[in-house]
Design a protein. Structure first.
Length: 254
């Protein structure tokens, strides 16, 4: 099967390898859609702190089940699935507290281990989310939307609260939509005019700069150290600040 490998920053290669063999507890999926994340661009440039090389990129994934393991009734051949890329160990202190996203030994498809830019991927069954309603394009967006949903959940957002979302990339848009669904009054800050126009199509106010705006909950989805440092100034008294992006910079606040 074909694989596309980021051999080193700025260097992709193509190679042919045998397809993986079935393993107990794992399904084999034909990759049907692979989203290109902003972090993948950073990996290509060598500016993302988490990636190691060589690496097969791809963590926004949708696939079709080719082989389902025996002794389970969850999935079957032909099912369409979104693939949860976060592979937690299950036994470290965060995992035992139910905080698997903070796993001490977490492995992420396409970042720490090889991802979806290949013909067939072997995936533990518990990381599959099948759907008879969503198509492959939609399933590939589940991971991105999940980040927005998790950020809003972690913020403790209450209906009627004001929200400022800084950055209208895919993650910022996901945060915006889940904050809307939670009954918040949402404003988006985005310097790109085309993105502001797209935000407005959702019926959400979009501004070019935060000015003197404050909000009960501020979500920074920029990954920019400068924006992240300034975001604290826009949190109202007793409000909350949620960083949804990340940066290699340290010492954000001084």
């Amino acid at each position: 099967m074909r694989q596309i490998v980021l051999q080193a920053p700025g260097e992709f290669i193509e190679r042919q390898v045998p397809e993986p063999s079935p393993e107990p507890g794992y399904a084999l999926l034909r990759m049907r859609r692979v989203g290109v994340c902003g972090s993948d661009f950073h990996a290509y440039r060598g500016t993302h702190p988490a990636y190691t090389y060589p690496r097969i990129l791809g963590h926004e994934l949708a696939g079709e089940v080719l082989h389902a393991p025996a002794n389970q009734n969850f999935i079957k051949q032909g099912d369409r699935c979104a693939i949860e890329p976060y592979w937690a160990c299950g036994h470290c202190p965060p995992c035992l507290k139910g905080r698997t996203n903070c796993c001490d030994n977490i492995r992420v498809f396409g970042i720490h281990i090889d991802g979806g830019l290949q013909g067939v991927l072997s995936v533990p069954v518990h990381l599959l989310h099948k759907s008879a309603l969503l198509d492959f394009d939609q399933l590939a967006l589940v991971e991105t939307l999940g980040i927005g949903a998790h950020a809003v959940q972690r913020s403790g957002l209450k209906q009627g609260e004001s929200v400022l979302v800084i950055g209208a990339g895919p993650i910022g848009l996901a945060v915006m939509q889940f904050a809307q669904a939670g009954g918040a009054d949402v404003v988006v800050v985005e310097k790109n005019k085309r993105r502001r126009e797209f935000v407005a199509s959702f019926g959400v106010e979009a501004i070019g700069a935060a000015e003197e705006r404050t909000a009960n909950v501020v979500f920074d989805a920029t990954g920019s150290a400068a924006a992240m440092s300034a975001s604290l100034e826009h949190v109202s008294s007793t409000g909350r600040l949620v960083f949804v992006g990340l940066t290699q910079r340290t010492g954000l606040f001084g």
